[in-house]
Ligand binder design. Structure first.
Ligand code: NDP
Length: 487
């Protein structure tokens, strides 16, 4: 039990165990070793979390915004001071290499807390001149928000949801993915140490049914989910039934278009970042790489050469570039797509199977894989795989590639590589995606709103845009003259 927490849940400022929960195991994906045993929340614990959040939210909403901001910024500093410890925990829980978790997980969470800590004091309404009278608006919190996380960026997702929610004066009950339950508890500890009132941030563990119970609870005002499109549909349907506000950050099959004038070395770097970082388990990944036919073979040969140098291995070793996938079911799913791709006639340029890693025979490792000669109709080109699998598709014509890039139910992200500034903006303008990059890929600074078009999501995280999704506007008309009535 290398990472056993004090208890499974953190509610009302303290660790709690549920009396009638089911067992929930956390495993280290490199070995399959059980690193922590937890229990899921039972109904009594869910009620306790709601009660705590209700009391905490009342106090928090009445706390001056400047103080709310200070608490968030103090939490950011605590996360930074514990970054190494938190990164090791995240690596144990997710299997992502320490090389990544040291810079992209708690660190991104701290950036988010700092950013929204800074924004807290700037949240104001407006004055509306009505001649003799006037109106004003106030930005008020929603109340209790439920956050439900995916397993690929556990503490980052918890921070990306909690920071804007808390900056606006809400309380949050966060349910991590059952696959990665550990780091959100550490965030709760950091909040407490920073002086957050008890009950304002709570962590309850469980499977989808716990998420569903939280969503349908009458006291909950809003739910923010990061997860797959099918789960997003279920959460939207349940939220709709209970008329809850929603933010959905869902999956994608995003295009990365590389024109013939692109800097090939940078385009290869971006394609690697867009497909192999976190073993490909990133929602915004550019998994459909459209490469102009005139540079295709040059691009593929450099890509293959560089991909063969990737170091797969112990994710706790800082030299490792690629760790295992998060779980056995995810491994099986990705391997099945490697099989499908080959049966569909795609050409394996590099990789193509499970990876055997010395000393880690039970790890869920997959070779970083590049398929070339992929065509639009193939399943590997249209379904989200969520593993280190890149599909390279050919194109010759700008209008044609834009139409093909948009021919998907998803719309999370997109990228364009070209040195022609007009073409870059012209193409980006026509791509149906919420988060886009020109001459780079997958950079998500907190200042930039993040979210999807079409089935990839509803609402936005990060940037000023997130504030709209965690607050509501009250309009107040102030009469300065008499009141006329018809009789
Ligand atoms: P899932 O959709 O399987 O699960 C997401 C979360 O929802 C989990 O906590 C899950 O609990 C919970 N859940 C499942 N069913 C329900 C339900 N009926 N009601 C309420 N909650 C429920 O996603 P994964 O964890 O497998 O994550 C991978 C997916 O997440 C990919 O599709 C990826 O693209 C997407 N994603 C999107 C991001 C974005 O910002 N757009 C970022 C990261 C990932 P449990 O785990 O217990 O089943």
């Amino acid at each position: 039990m290398r990472a056993q927490p004090t208890a499974s849940h953190h509610v009302g400022g303290r660790y709690l165990e549920s009396a009638n929960g089911n067992e929930l195991l956390s495993t280290f994906p490199a070995t399959g070793e059980v690193i922590a045993r937890l229990t899921t929340a039972d109904d009594a614990l869910i009620d306790e979390a709601i009660k705590a959040a209700k009391a905490g939210q009342k106090l928090w909403a009445a706390t001056p915004a400047a103080e709310r901001g200070r608490v968030l910024r103090r939490t950011a500093e605590i996360l930074r001071s514990k970054n190494h410890e938190l990164s090791v925990l995240e690596t144990l829980d997710t299997g992502k290499p320490l090389q990544e978790t040291l810079i992209a997980d708690a660190a991104s969470g701290a950036d988010c807390l700092e950013y929204f800590g800074g924004l807290a004091q700037t949240l104001t309404g407006e004055h509306i001149d009505l001649g003799a009278s006037f109106a004003y608006t106030k930005r008020e919190p929603l109340g209790i928000c439920v956050g439900i996380g995916a397993w690929n960026y556990p503490i980052q997702i918890a921070c990306w949801k909690a920071a804007p929610a808390l900056a606006c004066g809400n309380a949050m009950i966060f349910k991590p993915s059952e696959v990665t339950p550990l780091s959100a508890l550490k965030l709760a500890e950091a909040f407490k140490e920073a002086g957050l009132p008890d009950g304002v941030f709570n962590v309850v563990q469980g499977f989808g049914d716990v998420g569903a119970k939280l969503i349908s609870h009458p006291t909950v005002a809003k739910v923010s989910l990061t997860g797959s499109v099918p789960t997003g549909s279920k959460v939207a349907a349940l939220s709709g039934e209970h008329l809850k506000k929603i933010t959905l950050e869902l999956g994608g099959k995003s295009p990365l278009i590389i024109f013939d004038d692109a800097d090939i070395e940078n385009a290869v770097s971006a394609s690697i970042n867009a497909n192999f970082y976190s073993s490909g388990q990133i929602c915004s990944n550019g998994t459909r790489v459209f490469v102009h036919t005139s540079i295709k073979e040059k691009f593929l040969s450099r890509l293959a050469e560089r991909t063969r140098t990737a170091i797969l291995g112990d994710p706790l070793d800082e030299a490792t570039n690629i760790g295992p996938l998060v779980s056995k079911p995810q491994l099986d799913k990705v391997l099945s797509y490697l099989d499908i791709g080959q049966k569909e006639g795609a050409r394996v340029v590099v990789g193509g199977s499970a990876a055997s890693v010395t000393d880690y025979p039970n790890g869920y490792f997959v070779e970083p894989t590049v398929f070339a000669d992929v065509t639009d109709g193939m399943r590997i080109a249209s379904e989200e795989i969520f593993g280190p699998v890149m599909c390279v598709l050919d194109f010759d014509d700008e209008a044609d590639v834009i139409a093909r890039a948009n021919n998907t139910e998803f719309g999370l992200a997109a990228g364009v590589f070209t040195k022609d500034i007009q073409r870059a903006h012209r193409v980006i303008d026509q791509l149906q995606a919420g988060t886009c990059w020109i001459n780079t890929y997958n950079l998500t600074p907190i200042e930039m709103p993040f979210g999807g078009y079409k089935k990839s999501g509803i609402g936005r995280e990060n940037g000023h845009a997130a504030i709209e999704h965690y607050s509501q506007i009250k309009s107040i008309y102030v009469e300065m003259a008499g009141v006329e009535a018809p009789f």
